[in-house]
Design a protein around this ligand. Structure first.
Ligand SMILES: [Zn+2]
Length: 178
């Protein structure tokens, strides 16, 4: 698909999604944590990867709502997003087995490969902060926060065996949303 077609489709999706968001501002009910599986990443790079891997997605944006940098492409612990987040558009970060987690789930992607490396402290702290903020903003309970590969129906190692899932769940549990 050509870049121009992407943009045409995206404008239509954008118009629709803006109206949808107006009527359903509290749609977000899940959070799914990912890693990018590559050592370099920022919005521009992930948009390019998404165009190549999911060419049928009419939304010309990263598949996630937020990314958190590892200092290589985006600052360590820096949070960034594109218009999928700005206009509350559904995600494209899990498989069709979990459509609800795409449609009503916020995707957060840590830049880096945490199958190979340990998650840097500053990036991890930014993830905890962002997750807690989103849980409070949308009333998302702890048991609706998962790692991609730990979500039933998904077969992936994402966000990697070195992602400290037990610690993460303990750190966000104190938001008091059950
Ligand atoms: Zn993932």
């Amino acid at each position: 698909m050509k870049r121009r077609q992407f943009l045409g489709a995206s404008s239509a999706v954008l118009a629709f999604a803006s109206v949808g968001a107006w009527y359903w501002p509290q749609r977000w009910d899940y959070i799914v944590v990912h890693h990018s599986a590559g050592d370099f990443g920022n919005i521009e790079f992930l948009q390019k990867v998404h165009r190549e891997r999911q060419a049928k997605d009419p939304v010309d944006a990263i598949p996630y709502h937020y990314i958190i940098g590892n200092g290589n492409g985006l600052g360590l612990g820096e949070v960034d997003s594109d218009w999928r987040e700005t206009f509350s558009i559904w995600g494209a970060h899990v498989s069709r087995n979990n459509s609800d987690r795409n449609f009503r789930g916020l995707g957060i992607c840590l830049i880096g490969n945490y199958e190979k490396h340990a998650v840097p402290d500053k990036q991890y702290a930014a993830l905890v902060d962002l997750t807690r903020t989103l849980m409070q903003k949308y009333g998302i309970p702890v048991n609706h926060v998962t790692g991609h590969g730990l979500t039933a129906g998904e077969s992936t190692k994402c966000p990697g065996k070195n992602f400290p899932m037990a610690q993460f769940l303990a750190d966000i549990a104190s938001t008091g949303l059950g």
